[in-house]
Design a protein around this ligand. Structure first.
Ligand SMILES: NC(=O)c1ccc[n+]([C@@H]2O[C@H](COP(=O)([O-])OP(=O)(O)OC[C@H]3O[C@@H](n4cnc5c(N)ncnc54)[C@H](O)[C@@H]3O)[C@@H](O)[C@H]2O)c1
Length: 265
């Protein structure tokens, strides 16, 4: 039996699959999605077998990853409820879907991990918030869950009540970072830099700045101050960002994202 079964093979399912393959053998994994041509393509590319239905996938895996949109959760849970076993572990990555609501559908004793990964998992630089009731899990199950998420990036374990904040901080925020990169690159193009060079300049700057925060342990404000020469170019740009409410715009984005976690239709 495969250890890990992915139900859904879209942006997030595929990103996780690529990471997981660094740690688990293709024979330890199975996946499915409704598009069987896509299943075949991904199977040919990765060597991972696919199942032709959600029930077949869940029946052939111990760790069942629900990588589908919240809107189809109810249907998918109906598909798999009869093949959930005592040793099954369900890993859910949807915003707004609680551990209790999954247990309500799949059985009160079902072991459920709630997680919020992000798409940089595709390049092994993901960030995932994970929550589950450790008392319900064996040592081996905890170890597999840990290896699973660590295979595509970094992990923080949080109380379930904070999962909506994780959606805002790292699940959705790559989109804002890409918007920032696109905007900064556009402005470089405006002043004559070639488009390809612009993305390289800006993306490497975002990568390097992120590494500075992670590796120097200095406060982001201190790192910012070290870029700002008195009377210089950077503080002029910082003042313009403040004038246009840059920080407040980001906080408002989080407010909208947080609200949406409680109102997904
Ligand atoms: N994309 C992200 O950045 C991201 C980050 C964290 C969490 N998530 C969550 O991950 C989940 C998947 O998101 P995504 O971006 O990969 O979506 P997606 O639309 O790219 O992929 C969804 C996959 O589910 C499949 N699917 C649809 N209906 C199905 C069904 N009835 N049974 C089985 N498979 C079905 C689709 O064919 C597709 O392969 C969502 O709950 C999303 O909120 C996404």
């Amino acid at each position: 039996m495969a250890k890990i079964g992915f139900i859904g093979m879209g942006n997030m399912g595929y990103a996780m699959l690529k990471g997981v393959l660094n740690v688990f053998e293709p024979s330890d994994i199975i996946f499915t999605c409704p598009d069987l041509d896509k299943c075949k393509r991904i199977s040919d590319e990765t060597g991972v077998k696919y199942a032709e239905s959600n029930a077949e996938c869940a029946n052939n895996a111990q760790y069942i990853v629900l990588a589908v949109k919240p809107q189809v959760y109810s249907a998918v849970m109906k598909n798999i409820v009869n093949v959930i076993r005592e040793d099954s572990v369900v890993i859910s990555i949807a915003p707004g879907i609680t551990i209790d609501s999954i247990k309500d559908n799949l059985g009160i004793n079902t072991k459920v991990v709630r997680a919020m990964p992000n798409t940089p998992a595709l390049v092994g630089e993901g960030m995932t918030g994970v929550s589950y009731n450790k008392d319900e899990f064996s040592f081996e199950q905890r170890d597999v869950v840990d290896r699973f998420f660590n295979s595509f990036g970094k992990v923080v374990y949080v109380d379930e009540k904070l999962m909506d904040v994780i959606v805002c901080a790292s699940g959705s925020s790559p989109a804002y970072v890409y918007m920032f990169i696109e905007a900064l690159a556009d402005s470089a193009v405006k002043y004559g830099i070639k488009r390809d060079d612009a993305y390289k300049l800006v993306a490497q700057t975002v990568l390097g700045s992120a590494k500075m925060v992670l590796e120097t342990n200095e406060h982001p404000g201190v790192l910012k101050d070290k870029v700002c020469s008195p009377g210089g170019t950077t503080i002029a740009g910082v003042a313009a960002l403040e004038e246009h409410n840059f920080r407040n715009a980001v906080i408002k984005a989080t407010d909208a994202c947080y609200d949406k976690c409680h109102n997904i239709k």
